[in-house]
Design a protein around this ligand. Structure first.
Ligand code: ADP
Ligand code: MG
Length: 682
């Protein structure tokens, strides 16, 4: 066996298992070697029954004293029970729905049981323990890895394969960190890291291994970000004319806030400088970022340049198109909309207009990036809610310009300070820290199922006084058929039984974009009272008349996502409300949701999210368009982050192109890390 060996050479791994494994990105032994555990179980100590601490998972060595007996409690529920003993006592063991245990456990044999021992009266019990025969134990006496799983792949399978893979091939992994750097930063070798990340000798060895892996990952990411930055730094950008800002303000139907003005002045400085701007405008939902984007496009137009503005969804692109067209066409700016749902003919016409310079501002989805879209004179690229776009997608759009265009990134996602450094490492930041006047913060309540009827009554009341309502159900995005059924069935019930007299609409990710947009447009036009939707309304959608947001199964959302959703209301003059519906009784969940009710500060919420759920959420969903991280746990690793960044800067100073033979492996790793994003290093 070597690094390239296919996983199907393991016993019990056939075509079906290979398919399941592939979903985890696992095809070869090498893939498995770098598939890091998400947690560990400490099975180093084996206790006797009377010595075992209660209420925490432990290993006990005990003999099966009686044949396990299965009882069928009701449909879909069986219990299989037996007694296990050692010389100090006995434990009643219960397995739920695991009838195979009857065959797997042999009376008179000794096994290691790993589980939680609980005291019930005078009896000791254990529920659903993991077990292995003592004389054939592979995992007892070890710290055992727990891997991220998928349907059809058990942790036992992965751990079993990893054990052999590590034993035979850990030394084959290439060590990409230059030796001097490794020694300088007191990092262990890749082989040590691999062995101890999977099967740590002890907690200390695990910490050493993790530090190395995290360092390497952040180091590689930092190198990539530095390449991006360096590529821009030397470039020349278009210099837009220094127009009087008041001229633009005259186009607005309201007075800009001080924060908006500040942002416009900062942009103006960049955009008129002749150096390519690369700036993030970060402002909470509803803070009025669109106006700032419009201002930048207005300046571009004054300089004779085109602007491309990318939105993450068609709905949003459409809405931006409407807003910007209304705002900017009086100033002679020709705005065009390019989305995937245009007909071939419409597309062609728009492409021609862009190439001929007959459209000044193109608003669209990623269709703006597609091949064959040419611009006469692209000077500014705006991406809204950039976390949905990859770093590389941003730069792909930039490469459509003759000179390096200015880049403006707008985001409503507050990023915890610890992450901002990394995520926006290649951007300057402007913060809009003020909401337009006359907004009162959205009031938020948490209710259980028992208040459902009252909640419906509240919905009705809002509609009666002329407002509109969102009802959000958890995600229907990719492939979640069960959820899709749930949301359509729920919408049907609302339409037929609860609100037969109200005008309801339904929007979810699986709808054709035409239908989605029609429903959104109808809602925006006030033709729909209640919009039942999945999170497709999450980003950016603006319907000021909507004053109530109901979020079903609120416990299924992260805090940051809830914050995004809540931002859809409270955008007009009306006092707005957000109702979280959840009957989840877990104390952590309730604490989380209660916390959400208590504040509307997006940055605080993001910090709390990070604290509660860890950065996996920020990286896991790839919501910032960064390459996926596999090892880095940034909440605990900000120190390593700083070290890795400094080391990357130092290395690039010595070898800016990573051209030396010793660094080629690193360069390849950087490219691979950003691989999904295509040719960003060209
Ligand atoms: P976001 O920052 O979430 O993108 P938008 O740009 O969509 O916010 O603005 C939210 C709403 O506030 C819009 O209806 C917009 O017209 C309005 N708005 C923006 N700036 C102001 C302002 N200075 N005064 C009053 N209303 C404003
Ligand atoms: Mg917006």
């Amino acid at each position: 066996m070597d690094r390239g060996t296919s996983l199907n050479s393991f016993p019990g791994v056939g075509t079906a298992k290979m398919k399941a494994l592939a979903r985890l990105g696992l095809v070869t032994v090498g893939d498995l070697l770098t598939y890091w555990p998400r947690a560990y179980e400490d099975r180093t100590r084996v206790y006797s029954i009377s010595d075992a601490p209660e209420a925490e998972a432990v290993c006990v060595s005990a003999l099966v004293a009686e044949t396990p007996v299965t009882a069928y409690i009701r449909k879909g529920l069986s219990t299989t029970k037996c007694k296990i003993v050692d010389h100090t006592g006995n434990v009643q063991v219960t397995f739920f729905n695991q009838e195979y245990v009857r065959r797997a456990l042999t009376v008179g044999e000794t096994y290691i049981f790993y589980g939680v021992i609980e005291r019930r009266g005078s009896r000791l019990t254990m529920t659903n323990p993991i077990f292995e025969r003592e004389d054939k134990a592979r995992f007892t006496g070890r710290i055992v890895p727990i891997y991220p799983l998928t349907a059809g792949v058990s942790n036992n399978l992965l751990a079993g394969m990893a054990l052999r893979a590590v034993e035979e091939c850990a030394g084959e992994l290439p060590d990409r960190l230059p030796a001097s750097l490794r020694v300088g930063h007191a990092l262990c070798t890749m082989e040590f890291a691999c062995r101890n990340a999977h099967f740590p000798k002890d907690q200390e060895a695990l910490a050493v291994a993790r530090r190395r892996l995290v360092f390497e990952e952040l180091f590689t990411l930092s190198l990539g970000m530095s390449f991006l930055r360096a590529r821009r730094a030397g470039a020349e950008g278009p210099a837009f004319p220094k127009k009087i800002t008041e001229e633009f303000v005259g186009l607005l139907p309201f007075v800009p806030t001080a924060a908006q003005r500040r942002a416009m002045e900062e942009l103006k400085k960049d955009l008129t400088s002749g150096r390519p701007m690369n700036r993030l405008v970060q402002g909470d939902v509803g803070s009025g970022k669109t106006v700032v984007a419009a201002y930048a496009a207005w300046l571009a137009h004054a300089g004779g340049y085109q602007t491309a503005m990318m939105a993450p969804t068609e709905i949003l692109a459409h809405q931006h198109y409407e807003t910007l067209n209304k705002l900017l066409s009086p100033a002679g700016i020709r705005v065009g909309l390019l989305t995937g749902s245009l007909s071939a003919k419409e597309k062609k016409a728009l492409h021609a207009a862009l190439a001929a310079g007959e459209v000044d501002l193109a608003v669209g989805t990623h269709a703006l990036l597609s091949q064959g879209v040419e611009y006469a004179n692209l000077g500014l690229v705006i991406t809204d809610e950039q976390h949905r776009f990859g770093v590389g997608q941003r730069s792909a759009l930039s490469s459509k310009a003759q000179a390096t265009p200015h880049v403006l990134v707008m985001s409503a996602t507050p990023i915890p300070r610890t992450l901002a450094l990394l995520i926006y490492g290649d951007l300057d930041v402007t913060v809009i820290d003020e909401l337009p006047p006359g907004r009162s913060p959205v009031e938020t309540y948490l209710v259980g199922e028992d208040k459902r009827q009252r909640m419906y009554g509240f919905v009705r009341k809002q509609v009666e006084v002329g407002r509109q309502v969102y009802i959000i159900c958890p995600a229907v995005e990719e492939g979640e058929t069960a959820d899709l059924k749930a949301v359509t069935a729920y919408a049907k019930e609302l339409a037929e039984k609860v609100f037969p007299d109200l005008r309801l609409g339904l929007v979810h990710g699986r709808l054709k974009s035409r239908d989605k947009e029609a429903a959104m447009a109808a809602f925006a036009a006030g033709e729909i009272d209640v919009l039942v939707s999945t999170t497709v309304v999450e980003v950016g959608v603006d319907v000021p008349n909507a004053s109530l947001m109901v979020i079903e199964n609120a416990d299924r959302f992260g805090l940051s996502q809830l914050h995004q959703l809540r931002g859809r209301v409270g955008r007009g003059e009306w006092q707005s409300t957000c109702v979280l519906v959840s009957s989840n009784r877990s104390p952590e969940t309730r604490e989380r949701l209660k916390y959400f009710c208590s504040t509307t500060d997006g940055f605080q919420i993001a910090e709390k999210d990070l604290e509660l759920r860890g950065p996996g959420d920020f990286f896991g969903q790839r919501q910032h368009g960064l390459p996926a991280m596999r090892a880095a746990d940034l909440a605990g690793d900000t120190r390593v982050l700083k070290q890795a960044q400094d080391a990357a800067a130092e290395l690039l100073e010595a070898d800016p192109g990573l051209a030396e033979p010793e660094h080629r492996g690193l360069m390849a790793a950087v490219k691979r890390l950003f691989a999904e994003d295509g040719d960003i290093f060209n």
